[in-house]
Write a protein that binds this ligand. Structure first.
Ligand SMILES: *Cc1c(COP(=O)(O)O)cnc(C)c1O
Length: 432
């Protein structure tokens, strides 16, 4: 097969290594789990990205989720440009802040108040502090396979045993931080129950990605989430939904709306900033009243709620409020998945696709995967091969088999057809 010329990207990557650790400013970008060096992207338009060598790709990474409208959406671009005309940040409240506050709170039943920050990590970090401040308790339950940003106390993994105290997965995290995190497997309700029976008086919150989408797409049964809600009520523990990916993705009200479950606090990021750096957290009024200056939980940010980010967020969210928006994205995604799966089934390849809303994932094997320990690390060799083939054929997936793909409003049916045909050809080369 012909290899695309990517010499400019290769050269830029060699140079970047002199400036940035590993040549990147976020580790997932480094192509460590796939072949070759990262693409250096020069521009994006709609569902297409163009690299520095002039190669074009149908993009299913979409900047890891924020670009639900695709690249360079005309209304978002126009909103950013017209806002920038007046300056970029003032460190004061702004009218545009009220506009986005109203837009979100009027259309989201599960939050009474909102605070903007500058990244998803910051949103989660602040939500944990809030939960601890509100409850007066220190410990947090998280689930293995859920990613919540690079918050110290959440960069932990379960040790051996059912429910265990965290072992940090990163150097530089004090043991004393990790020990306040209890890690339980997804879908493992009995461990959650036992832990709460044992020590609920020490536990501030349960945090979960209600749609776990950072370690494969590990869709949970709705009932598991319902039980978490009930257990949290029983033990006066807060339930935090980390909706940095799922928020505004599976519906305007995210996973909370999708599953009809009311969390106490929700964290946001990605889509809410329309492609600009962003995070936010919101929740019930009495909980949010604990945040400074109303309450004793301190949290601040120089560039929080800067007008440029908010303008991009507003221009994005207004388009999401069209009643046809989410049904259309979901229908396109279902068609894309069933086109590929028809081929996979006819050839009996050992792979299946998982999807919800406009998120999809290639799961290797045929069985439903609901927790991270069911993912076979050896299957990632297949992904690596597939990723390399797809790049050469003009389809860009996030550079790891643990990452999900995103379909945006800019992915037309014909582009999705083109992509699914290419993906089937790639699968033939991997498994045929
Ligand atoms: C992306 C993500 C984060 C971290 O957000 P950043 O903006 O990268 O800091 C946190 N939680 C979830 C569920 C995410 O997907």
């Amino acid at each position: 097969m012909n290899k695309l010329n990517r010499s400019k990207s290769d050269k830029l990557f060699e140079e970047a290594k002199q400036y940035f650790p590993g040549g990147v400013n976020s580790p997932v970008r480094a192509f460590k789990s796939v072949e070759g060096s990262p693409l250096f992207i020069e521009s994006g338009n709609g569902c297409i990205i163009k690299d520095q060598d002039g190669n074009r790709y149908i993009d299913f990474c979409c900047s890891w989720g924020p670009l639900i409208l695709g690249h360079n959406n005309p209304k978002v671009k126009e909103a950013i440009i017209s806002t920038v005309e007046n300056g970029t940040t003032f460190g004061t409240p702004t009218a545009i802040g009220n506009e986005i506050g109203k837009l979100i709170l009027d259309n989201h039943r599960f939050i009474d108040k909102l605070r903007f920050v500058s990244s998803g990590t910051e949103a989660v970090m602040s939500a944990l502090r809030l939960a601890r401040g509100y409850t007066g308790r220190d410990k947090v339950i998280k689930f293995e396979g859920c990613y919540h940003g690079h918050v110290d106390s959440l960069l932990v993994k379960a040790g051996s045993g059912l429910a265990t105290f965290g072992v940090s997965t990163s150097a530089g995290v004090p043991e004393s931080f990790a020990k306040d995190t209890i890690v339980i497997g997804l879908n493992d309700l009995s461990s959650v129950m036992e832990t709460l029976e044992d020590m609920a008086h020490e536990i501030a919150a349960i945090i979960i990605e209600p749609i776990p989408a950072n370690n494969g797409l590990l869709l949970q049964d709705q009932q598991f989430l319902v039980w978490l809600r009930q257990l949290c009520d029983k033990h006066k523990v807060l339930l935090i939904f980390d909706e940095v990916i799922s928020g505004f993705r599976v519906g305007f009200e995210g996973a909370a709306g999708y599953y009809h479950i009311e969390p106490d606090i929700i964290t946001f990021g990605k889509i809410i900033g329309g492609g600009m750096p962003v995070g936010a957290y919101g929740g019930k009024a009495d909980i949010m009243a604990c945040i400074a200056p109303d309450g004793p939980v301190y949290q601040a940010g120089t560039l929080s709620a800067n007008p440029v980010t908010l303008a991009a967020g507003i221009a994005t969210m207004k388009q999401l409020l069209d009643p046809q928006f989410y049904p259309t994205q979901e229908a396109k995604t279902n068609q894309f998945v069933s086109d590929i799966m028809a081929h996979v089934d006819s050839k009996n390849y050992p792979i299946h696709m998982v999807s919800i809303g406009s998120i999809f994932w290639f799961a290797f094997g045929k069985d439903r995967i609901i927790s991270s320990d069911q993912i076979d690390p050896a299957s990632m060799e297949h992904f690596k091969k597939m990723h390399g083939i797809l790049l050469n054929k003009g389809v860009y997936l996030g550079p790891s088999g643990y990452e999900v793909g995103f379909i945006s409003a800019a992915h037309t049916e014909s582009k999705l057809k083109e992509a699914s045909t290419i993906i089937c050809e790639a699968l033939d080369m991997v498994f045929g």
